[in-house]
Ligand binder design. Structure first.
Ligand code: 13P
Ligand code: SF4
Length: 322
C-alpha cells in the first residue's frame, strides 16, 4: 500500500534487486524524498548521477533531469516513474528556436555567441548549447565566459535577470521563457507577506516572478536587504541550517518545505504562495514509483548523437560552481 512502511520496504527491496540508486528532487512528495537514497537540487543530483556506480538510476523528478542523467551515463539504465512528467520551462524553447536565435547574431556580424542553457531544457536544446547551468551555478558559469563574447542565456527570463544583476554584463541576451509555477509567485504577494511578517527572512528562488521585486523591496528599504536571499533549492537548505530568524518566507515550489522543515524544525518556514505546486513533479506518486521498479519502466533514452553533442555542455556545468 503506497505511503506506509510496507510500501517503503518494498521500494527499497526492489531497488536493491535492480542495483538501482533512487534520486529525488527537492520538489518531490515527502514520502518519495524520504525513501530516496539522495535528495537534492538539479546540480547535486546531476553530480550524484554521474558518479554513481549503480547500474540503474531511478530519477524521481521531471523528464529533463532523467535525460541529463542519461546523457552523463549512457551505459546505465535510467528510469523515471512517469515519463509524462515534463516541465513548462523546458517547453519554452525548442532546438529550432535556439538555432534561429544564434543565426541572428551570426547574420548581424557579431562575435560568435556562447550559448548558456539552464539545465531545465530538452536534450536537443542541450545539444545546441556550449555550457549548461543550474540555478546554483548560473552566475559562475556566465562569469567564466570571456567578456568580449556575447552570451545567449535561455530559457528562463527571471534567472537571466538575476544573472544580469549579479554580473552586470551588457552583452548578456536573455530568452523570454518562464516556469508557470515560479512565475506565479509574484511581487505583490511577496510584498504583502513580508509586510505582515517584518522579522522573517526571505528565501527566494531566482526563477520566481518576485525575484526582482524582492530586491526592489530591499532597495527601497521596505525589507531589510540582509533578510533577502536569492537561492537555489540546495542553497536554501544550506541557509536553513544557519538562519538566525525564527520564521522564513519561502518563494519556490512547495515541495521544498519538507526538506527545510526537517533540516531546521525550530524555524517556521512559510510559503509565499501555497498554491505553487508543480503538477509535473507531483506525477511521481508512491504508486508510480512502485510500478516503475516492478516493471522497470518508463525507461529514458536519448539518441546517441544528441547525447554526444549535449554531454560536453552538461559536463562543463557540473565542473563549475558548487
Ligand atoms: P534547482 O533544484 O536547481 O534549484 O531547480 C529548481 C527547479 O525548478 C527544478 O525544476
Ligand atoms: Fe519545470 Fe517549474 Fe516544474 Fe521546475 S517547478 S519542473 S521549472 S515546471
Amino acid at each position: 500500500i503506497p505511503g506506509n512502511a510496507a510500501w517503503a520496504a518494498e521500494v527499497r527491496r526492489l531497488a536493491e534487486r535492480l542495483d538501482a540508486v533512487l534520486l529525488a528532487h527537492n520538489y518531490q512528495l515527502p514520502e518519495i524524498q524520504d525513501v530516496a537514497d539522495h535528495t537534492g537540487d538539479s546540480l547535486a543530483l546531476s553530480r550524484i548521477a554521474a558518479e554513481s556506480t549503480a547500474s540503474t538510476i531511478v530519477f524521481c523528478g521531471v523528464h529533463f533531469m532523467a535525460e541529463t542523467a542519461k546523457i552523463l551515463s549512457p551505459d546505465k539504465t535510467v528510469l523515471i516513474p512517469d515519463e509524462r512528467a515534463g516541465c513548462s520551462l523546458a517547453d519554452s524553447i525548442t532546438a529550432d528556436d535556439l538555432r534561429s536565435w544564434k543565426a541572428e547574431f551570426v547574420r548581424a556580424g557579431e562575435p560568435e555567441p556562447v550559448v548558456v542553457s539552464y539545465v531545465n531544457t530538452t536534450a536537443e536544446v542541450k545539444a545546441e548549447t556550449d555550457v549548461c547551468c543550474t540555478s546554483s551555478n548560473a552566475v559562475e558559469v556566465v562569469r567564466s565566459i570571456p567578456e568580449e563574447r556575447p552570451v545567449l542565456f535561455c530559457p528562463d527570463q527571471f534567472l537571466g535577470a538575476h544573472v544580469q544583476r549579479e554580473t552586470g554584463r551588457p552583452n548578456l541576451h536573455v530568452w523570454a521563457g518562464e516556469c508557470h509555477v515560479h512565475a506565479g509567485i509574484n511581487g505583490a504577494e511577496l510584498a504583502e507577506r513580508a509586510a505582515a511578517d517584518p522579522e522573517s527572512e526571505l528565501f527566494i528562488h531566482p526563477e520566481c516572478g518576485c525575484a526582482t521585486s524582492a530586491l526592489y523591496l530591499a532597495g527601497d528599504g521596505t525589507v531589510d536587504s540582509e533578510r533577502v536571499r536569492i537561492l537555489s533549492t540546495g542553497g536554501m537548505l544550506d541557509a536553513a541550517h544557519r538562519t538566525g530568524a525564527s520564521s522564513v518566507l519561502v518563494a519556490t515550489e512547495v515541495g521544498m518545505l519538507h526538506q527545510l522543515r526537517t533540516a531546521a524544525p525550530e524555524v517556521d518556514f512559510r510559503p509565499v504562495n501555497d498554491r505553487a505546486s508543480c503538477k509535473y513533479m507531483k506525477m511521481i506518486t508512491p504508486a508510480a514509483l512502485l510500478r516503475c521498479l516492478t516493471e522497470q519502466a518508463d525507461e529514458v533514452s536519448v539518441d546517441t548523437e544528441t547525447a554526444r553533442r549535449a554531454r560536453s555542455a552538461v559536463e562543463r556545468m557540473i565542473s563549475i560552481g558548487r
